[in-house]
Design a protein around this ligand. Structure first.
Ligand SMILES: C[S@@+](CC[C@H](N)C(=O)[O-])C[C@H]1O[C@@H](n2cnc3c(N)ncnc32)[C@H](O)[C@@H]1O
Length: 164
C-alpha cells in the first residue's frame, strides 16, 4: 500500500471512530476531551458531531486553522505533562468521550507518553464513556471495543470505560 493510501485509510479510520464514539455516548452525559488540536480537523469534526457538548482541547501550541481554535476556557495550552495532571481544575464533570491523536514518531517516547496520558486521563472519564485513540492505550477498566466496519485492527483503537 502506498503511503498516500495508508494516510487516507488512517484519516477514514479516525473519522469513522469519532462517528462511532459520538453514537456510543448518546446516553452518557459529560464533555469531550480532545488530545491534539493540531490543524483542528478532528476538533472541527467532533464539534459538528456533538454540537451540544463542551469540548476541552489539549495541545502544547495553537497551529490550527483560524476557524478551528477553541475559546481560551476550553483550550488547555501547554505540554500534557503540565496540563493533564491539573486538568480537573478546569474540567469539573467526568468526560463522556476522549479522543487521542498525539502519536509520536519515536517509539520509546511514544510508549512513555501513552502510559502517562492514559494514567492521568482515566480519572477524568465517566463510567460508560468511550475513548478513541490513534495509539494503543491501557488503563484499568478500559475495555477494547470493536472497531467500525472497514477499519483494520491496529489502525485505530477504541475503549469503553467500565468501572473496573
Ligand atoms: C497529529 S497532531 C493532531 C492533529 C489533529 N487531531 C487534527 O485532526 O488536526 C498531534 C498534536 O499533538 C500535540 N502534542 C504531541 N505531544 C504533545 C505533548 N506532550 N503535549 C501537548 N501536545 C502534544 C502536537 O503539538 C500536535 O499538535
Amino acid at each position: 500500500m502506498s503511503r498516500l493510501d495508508s494516510f487516507i485509510r488512517r484519516l477514514c479510520a479516525q473519522r469513522d471512530c469519532l462517528v462511532l464514539g459520538a453514537r456510543l455516548i448518546a446516553d452518557v452525559p459529560g464533555p469531550v476531551l480532545e488530545f491534539g488540536l493540531g490543524n483542528g480537523r478532528t476538533y472541527d469534526h467532533l464539534r459538528g458531531l456533538l454540537p451540544e457538548r463542551e469540548i476541552f482541547v489539549f495541545d502544547r501550541r495553537i497551529a490550527a486553522h483560524p476557524d478551528c481554535i477553541p475559546d481560551p476556557e476550553h483550550m488547555l495550552l501547554g505540554d500534557l505533562h503540565d496540563t493533564l495532571p491539573r486538568a480537573s481544575e478546569r474540567i469539573h464533570e467526568p468526560a463522556a468521550l476522549a479522543h487521542f491523536d498525539i502519536g509520536l514518531v519515536d517509539a520509546a517516547a511514544n510508549a512513555a507518553l501513552c502510559a502517562f496520558v492514559a494514567g492521568w486521563a482515566a480519572p477524568l472519564m465517566a463510567r460508560g464513556g468511550v475513548v478513541a485513540s490513534d495509539q494503543e492505550l491501557a488503563a484499568p477498566g478500559w475495555l477494547a471495543l470493536p472497531l467500525p466496519g472497514g477499519v483494520a485492527e491496529g489502525r485505530y483503537f477504541m475503549y469503553r470505560v467500565t468501572g473496573a
